[in-house]
Design a protein around this ligand. Structure first.
Ligand code: PMV
Length: 356
C-alpha cells in the first residue's frame, strides 16, 4: 500500500482576448497564425479548480469535468498535456533525484470544476487547461516558470497559455516549427493598471454550434480576409495595444479592443460556410456601448467602455471605475434579466481595490 498521498489542487482564472487568436498554422502543436493579447480576469467568480492525484494502484488516467467523467482520448489534447507533463517529471525530477517517487509511471485521476458556463464563449477551456497544467506542475514539483508552463497549456487549448499569468498577457506566435517559442509573456502585471473592470453579460450559456477548433480551421482554409488580418493588421495592433497598456491609455486600448473583436467576427463571417457567433442581443449591446462612447466623447473627449466577444454571443465590456454605475444601469435597463442573464461586474483584480 502507498502511505503517501500524491495530490495537488490549483485554480486558474479565465482570460478574455483584446487582440484575438483565430487560426492555427500547426493543428497538432497548436501554433497560431497570429500573436494575441488578453486581460486575465483574476477573480473568484470565473475560474477552474483542478485536483490531480497520482497513485500506483490507479489502472488508467481518468478525468471528471464538473462531476461527469469524460473520456481521455489517446493522442487527444488532454492526453498530450498529461504525457508532456509526465515526460518533464521524469527528465527534470526523477532522472536527477534517484529517491524521488516515480510519479511519471503512475496513472492519474483528475477532477476539475468550472464556474464558467462550459463552451459558451467565456473561455472555460482556457482556465481549464491552465488549471490542469498548474495542478500537474505542483503535483510533479516541476521547476518551471509560467512562460515554460504556458507551452504545455497551449497544447490543450491555445488561449489557455495566456491564463498562466495575471494582468495583461501576450501570446507570442513564435516562428520555430517545434513551437518552443510560441508562449505567453507578461506585458504588464495587474498592479500596473489595477483600475480595469470587466462587465460580463451572459447572453447565452448554451454550447456554441461551431466549436473554436473547427471554426478557426474553416476560416484558415477559406477566408481571404484572414490572410490580410494576419499579415497586415495584427502585428501593428499587438504593438499599439502593448503601448496603450503600458501608458494606461484607455482610449487607445478601447478602440483597438473593439476593432479587433469586430474583425474577428468579420473573418468568421468571411468563412465558407459563414460562422455567426453573435446574435441580435450581442449586436444591440454593441450599439449600446457605441452610443455610450459617442456621448462620453462629446462630454469628456474620452471613451468610457470597450466591448469584446469571443466565439459566442456573450459580451465582456472593459471599462473604468467612473463608468461602472452608468454601464451596469444601462445594460440592466435595456437588457433585463430575460435577455441577458446578467452575470456580474467583475473587479478583475480584487486585491488591488475591493469590489466596485
Ligand atoms: O483557445 P481556443 O481554441 O478556445 O480559441 C479561443 C479563440 C477566441 O477565444 C475566440 C480568441 C482568443 O484569443 O481567446
Amino acid at each position: 500500500m502507498s502511505a503517501t498521498l500524491y495530490e495537488a489542487t490549483t485554480s486558474a482564472p479565465v482570460n478574455i482576448a483584446c487582440i484575438k487568436y483565430w487560426g492555427k498554422r500547426d493543428t497538432k502543436l497548436i501554433l497560431p497564425t497570429n500573436s494575441s493579447l488578453s486581460v486575465t480576469l483574476d477573480q473568484d467568480l470565473l475560474r477552474s479548480t483542478t485536483t490531480s492525484r497520482a497513485d500506483p494502484f490507479f489502472m488508467k488516467d481518468r478525468l471528471w469535468l464538473n462531476g461527469k467523467e469524460e473520456e481521455i482520448k489517446d493522442g487527444g489534447r488532454m492526453d498530450n498535456c498529461i504525457k508532456e507533463m509526465k515526460r518533464l517529471r521524469k527528465a527534470l525530477v526523477e532522472d536527477k533525484e534517484p529517491n524521488a517517487p516515480k510519479l511519471s509511471e503512475m496513472k492519474l485521476h483528475i477532477v476539475s470544476f468550472n464556474t464558467v458556463p462550459t463552451a459558451a464563449g467565456l473561455a472555460s477551456s482556457a482556465s481549464g487547461f491552465a488549471a490542469l497544467t498548474t495542478s500537474l506542475a505542483s503535483l510533479f514539483a516541476l521547476p518551471l516558470n509560467p512562460s515554460e508552463l504556458s507551452l504545455i497549456a497551449r497544447r490543450g487549448s491555445g488561449s489557455a497559455c495566456r491564463s498562466l499569468f495575471g494582468g495583461y498577457v501576450a501570446w507570442e506566435m513564435g516562428t520555430k516549427p517545434d513551437g518552443t517559442d510560441s508562449l505567453a509573456i507578461e506585458v504588464a502585471p495587474q498592479s500596473h493598471w489595477p483600475e480595469m473592470r470587466a462587465v460580463v453579460c451572459v447572453v447565452s450559456g448554451e454550447k456554441k454550434d461551431v466549436g473554436s477548433s473547427v471554426g478557426m480551421q474553416l476560416t484558415v482554409e477559406t477566408s481571404p480576409l484572414l490572410q490580410h488580418r494576419i499579415k497586415h493588421v495584427v502585428p501593428a495592433r499587438m504593438e499599439s495595444i502593448s503601448k496603450a497598456i503600458k501608458a494606461r491609455d484607455f482610449d487607445a486600448f478601447a478602440k483597438l479592443t473593439m476593432a479587433d473583436s469586430n474583425q474577428f467576427h468579420a473573418v468568421a463571417l468571411d468563412t465558407t460556410p459563414p460562422i455567426f457567433y453573435m446574435n441580435d442581443v450581442s449586436r444591440n449591446l454593441i450599439a449600446l456601448v457605441e452610443e455610450y462612447n459617442r456621448v462620453c466623447l462629446q462630454k469628456t473627449g474620452h471613451l468610457g467602455a470597450a466591448y469584446t466577444f469571443d466565439a459566442g454571443p456573450n459580451a465582456v465590456i472593459y471599462t473604468l471605475p467612473d463608468h461602472i454605475k452608468a454601464i451596469t444601469e444601462l445594460v440592466l435597463y435595456f437588457f433585463p434579466a430575460s435577455a441577458v442573464g446578467f452575470y456580474d461586474v467583475l473587479n478583475i483584480f480584487p486585491e488591488a481595490g475591493g469590489k466596485p
